[in-house]
Write a protein that binds this ligand. Structure first.
Ligand SMILES: Cc1ncc(COP(=O)(O)O)c(C=O)c1O
Length: 333
């Protein structure tokens, strides 16, 4: 008799149960962020837009969800010597704050070109700063040296199952706040955010479309989807300082299978979207956080097959940590 081959469900680093567990674990510490809307932006985009304002999350970015989940998942013995991470800023501040709440030290490796306000956030939350060169290799090497010296545990910014589950709580909240969303657009860098969002959203409603928004000067996710394998760029050029990393071994399978498409935008489109966030929504959003709006307003989205079938779009405004120094100086003149 012919043996029936069983179709195996692919397994990913997180799933709806781990994301629901994360929600319970982090609920006492995080802010439930509001969903904003604007008739002006609805008219401009031709869609109903729902902005999940993670710029109002503690630490000023969604990163606190994942960091909190990772740090509060660990037992007392494992975290006794503290945690170490490398990050261009938002994850760094999130880990510092979560470690402070857990009562353990945080050692933070930050590239020299990180925005000043993000470094200030790390210091404010008590993280100890170690500088690295602005390359992934230098960040990782410095972090492993610090790890050896301190015995601290590494909390990777995105290639980490608890980080992915923590970020996925955004979908649980958003779909509870606006159940009829049919499309969610999410900034992508290492892919921790979009992996969590896609795993949760598609488990709740498989028909929900998940789109990634990526700078054209750092379009490794776009190229990876086309190539069917992880592409690492040799050169990166974008104003979006949170979107310069490459996909990881845990995030790539989710991006490959569950992210419906990647919309790339130029830096001028990101800057224009930031201006709209300030002027119309009245919120401070950093370049990496405004890219979802930039993508929805772009010509590329209008010519994408997703355009026609998207009516109610969730946009993750992922962070609000922007250096206002130059703007402030210009006002003083
Ligand atoms: C504000 C902001 N948005 C989006 C991202 C991208 O997140 P991920 O690396 O999980 O794709 C980052 C990463 O640092 C970020 O700081």
């Amino acid at each position: 008799m012919e043996q029936q081959s069983e179709l195996q469900e692919p397994t990913y680093a997180a799933d709806i149960s781990s994301i629901r567990e994360a929600q319970i674990r982090i609920e006492p510490y995080i802010h439930k962020t509001p969903v904003l809307s604007s008739e002006t932006l609805d008219v401009l985009s031709g869609k109903k837009l729902f902005f999940k304002a993670e710029c109002f999350q503690k630490g000023g970015a969604f990163k606190f969800r994942g960091a909190c989940n990772a740090i509060f998942s660990l037992d007392d013995v494992s975290v006794a010597k503290g945690v170490v991470t490398h990050s261009s800023g938002n994850h760094a501040a999130a880990v510092s704050l979560a470690a402070k709440l857990r009562g353990i030290p945080a050692y933070i490796v930050i590239p020299k070109n990180a925005p000043k306000c993000k470094v200030e956030n790390v210091k404010r939350y008590g993280g100890q700063v170690f500088w690295s060169e602005p390359t992934v290799q230098s960040r990782e090497l410095t972090a492993s040296k610090v790890q050896e010296e301190t015995g601290a545990l590494l909390v990777h910014p995105y290639n980490h199952e608890h980080i992915i589950s923590g970020q996925g709580t955004i979908s649980l909240e958003l779909l509870d706040q606006v159940p009829n969303i049919d499309t969610i657009i999410v900034p992508i860098s290492g892919g921790g955010l979009i992996s969590g969002v896609a795993l949760a959203a598609k488990a709740i409603n498989p028909a929900i479309r998940v789109l990634a928004a990526e700078p054209s000067g750092a379009d490794d996710a776009h190229q990876s989807k086309l190539a069917g394998k992880v592409v690492v760029l040799s050169e990166i050029n974008t104003i979006a300082d949170g979107l310069r990393a490459s996909l990881g071994s845990l995030t790539w399978p989710v991006v490959r299978d569950l992210v419906d498409d990647v919309i790339t935008v130029d830096d001028w489109e990101i800057i224009e979207a930031m201006r709209m966030c300030y002027e119309i929504l009245k919120v401070a959003v950093e370049p990496s956080g405004a890219i979802g709006l930039a993508a929805i307003l772009s010509d590329k989205f209008r010519s994408n097959p997703a355009w026609k079938s998207s009516s109610n779009i969730g946009i993750v405004l992922s962070g609000g940590n922007v250096d206002l120094g130059i703007l402030w100086d210009s006002l003083k003149k």
